[in-house]
Design a protein around this ligand. Structure first.
Ligand SMILES: Cc1cc2nc3c(=O)[nH]c(=O)nc-3n(C[C@H](O)[C@H](O)[C@H](O)COP(=O)(O)OP(=O)(O)OC[C@H]3O[C@@H](n4cnc5c(N)ncnc54)[C@H](O)[C@@H]3O)c2cc1C
Length: 478
């Protein structure tokens, strides 16, 4: 069968592009190799708990936020409940224990009180964040620098730099190689529009987008994996896919006028092969694959609120991190000291667990080279070891919580790679290095479009959703 558009992958970028294209009357086929839509934006069930795979906080959703317009236009807003998170984050490192509010004036007041003498830097920092878009236009001819270098230029106290970088793990593993432009835009969206969770988990959003595609005549095939991209004269002529369920694995060929890559770009290089694959690889040679994450998922037999816990997300930095220079080596070091965040979903969403119980997750930066070479037994043992370390660290943060763990399991960068096929288990696409330019496919594969964290908006829910929507618009324009 001939389609208008074939979409490779059903993560948020692919689903958003698919929903927009289907709503505009395009005949689309979306192929997703996993048994559910969403990629990183999924949930899974254990006992009577709904475990959120990834989402801690989605930024934005203020009246001027593009996502809100996209959700309203596609009809997502009628199907999904977004739950505002009470505070942006709590930062704790043994020396400092503060709550970063969403409101910028409250945040400024809090920082001024704790860090007297840093007023000018605090003002400059929030001016940049609150005007991030305008400043990025004004500074378009200036070389981008790292957020680390910028913070060094405006603050003298190392502690305040750590506090404002509490949620660095949402973007990258090292402040000295994260773009100031990118960080400012992404972080500003939290201060402009607060952070949100999705009631029932991110699967609700992914399922809604899939349903919108289907209701508008599009076809979504789950458990179907694209195994080759076939090229002729700088254009994709067809793709081959297989059913991944047990049974017949005969490759099926399918054609479309245009193709959308939601699957990771380095994977598209492999699927393409030949000269075009080499050219694609060359177009990406300046890019670096971004960070991955490890998550310990908890089902508690009690609500942590009932144990007196008050915060939605707490970022814990080890005391040994004294300055931004220590962050990368801490991420590369042992799990007994590695910075982590703990999300207590019961603070906003009680339907993830039955009455009186709750769900939480510990998450930290992770690297596939710590896991990929282990055999099955060593891998399982190491996961158990990491789990025990984090249970003890969590119990220090929330005394007594370990007595109420009913279910615990760990997903590593290898787990993410297995379920999404993202190289190195990357969750944010390419790293947002200072001055990074998006990958340009023009002249290589003229009918291939990017809708994912690997595109020009970067990773996270917002980046993937914007990429999907803007790609669909560009396709109409073409
Ligand atoms: C643990 C964790 C925590 C996170 N926390 C947050 C957070 O708090 N806030 C936030 O904004 N973001 C967060 N993120 C990041 C965010 O979820 C991702 O950046 C975003 O969802 C990526 O979307 P995507 O569309 O690029 O694709 P992905 O989610 O990477 O999905 C790609 C899809 O393509 C499919 N696919 C790949 N290859 C093929 C093939 N050959 N054939 C068919 N299908 C294929 C995969 O199965 C997958 O479904 C988190 C991610 C994780 C894992």
């Amino acid at each position: 069968m001939q389609y208008d558009v074939i979409i490779i992958g059903g993560g948020l970028g692919g689903l958003t592009a698919g929903a927009k294209l289907a709503k505009e009357g395009k005949n689309i086929l979306l192929l997703e190799q996993h048994d559910r839509p969403g990629g990183c934006a999924t949930t899974f069930t254990r006992k009577d708990f709904t475990m959120e795979v990834g989402l801690h906080e989605m930024d934005g959703l203020h009246p001027a936020d593009g996502k809100l317009k996209i959700f309203n236009e596609l009809g997502v807003s009628d199907r999904v409940n977004f739950l505002p998170v009470p505070e942006f984050y709590r930062f704790f490192n043994g020396r400092t224990d503060v709550v970063m509010p969403h409101d910028k004036d409250d945040a400024i007041a809090m920082l001024n009180e704790i860090f007297p003498g840093e007023e000018a830097g605090i003002e400059a920092y929030f001016h940049r964040l609150m005007n991030a878009k305008r400043i990025s236009v004004l500074e378009r001819n200036k070389p981008d620098i790292s957020i680390g270098k910028y913070l060094d230029s405006i603050f003298t106290d190392d502690e305040i730099k750590l506090v404002v970088l509490g949620n660095l793990g949402y973007f990258h593993d090292d402040p000295y190689s994260l773009s100031l432009q990118y960080f400012s835009m992404a972080e500003s969206a939290y201060f402009h529009g607060r952070a949100n969770f999705i009631q029932g988990g991110s699967q609700q959003l992914s399922d809604s987008l899939m349903n919108i595609i289907r209701e508008n005549g599009g076809k979504v095939l789950l458990n179907h994996r694209v195994i080759s991209v076939n090229v002729k004269n700088n254009r994709i002529e067809s793709i081959h896919f297989i059913n991944t369920m047990p049974g017949d694995h005969t490759a099926i060929e399918c054609k479309a006028a245009a193709y959308v890559a939601n699957a990771a770009l380095p994977q598209i290089v492999e699927l393409t092969g030949g000269d075009a694959g080499n050219q694609l690889e060359k177009a990406m040679e300046q890019q670096k694959i971004g960070a991955s994450l490890l998550t310990v998922y908890f089902g508690f037999s009690r609500s942590l609120k009932a144990l007196g816990h008050k915060y939605y997300s707490t970022f814990v930095f080890d005391e040994s991190i004294r300055s931004m220079r220590d962050i990368r080596s801490n991420n590369r070091g042992g799990f007994d000291k590695r910075s982590f965040t703990f999300v207590d979903y019961s603070q906003v969403d009680s339907i993830l667990a039955p009455d009186g119980k709750s769900v939480g997750a510990i998450c930290c930066v992770d690297y596939i080279d710590d896991w990929a070479r282990l055999d099955k037994k060593d891998y399982r043992n190491k996961k158990k070891e990491v789990e025990s370390i984090f249970i003890e660290r969590l119990n220090k943060l929330i005394p007594g919580c370990k007595d109420h763990i009913e279910h615990v399991e760990t997903g590593t960068s290898s787990t993410i790679q297995r379920y999404t096929l993202n190289p190195e288990g990357a969750v944010y696409g390419f790293a947002q290095l200072p001055g990074r330019k998006p990958v340009d496919l023009s002249g290589i594969l003229d009918n291939l479009h990017i809708a994912s964290a690997w595109g020009k908006f970067g990773g996270g829910f917002s980046g993937a959703i914007f990429s999907g929507y803007m790609t669909a618009l560009e396709m109409f324009r073409k």
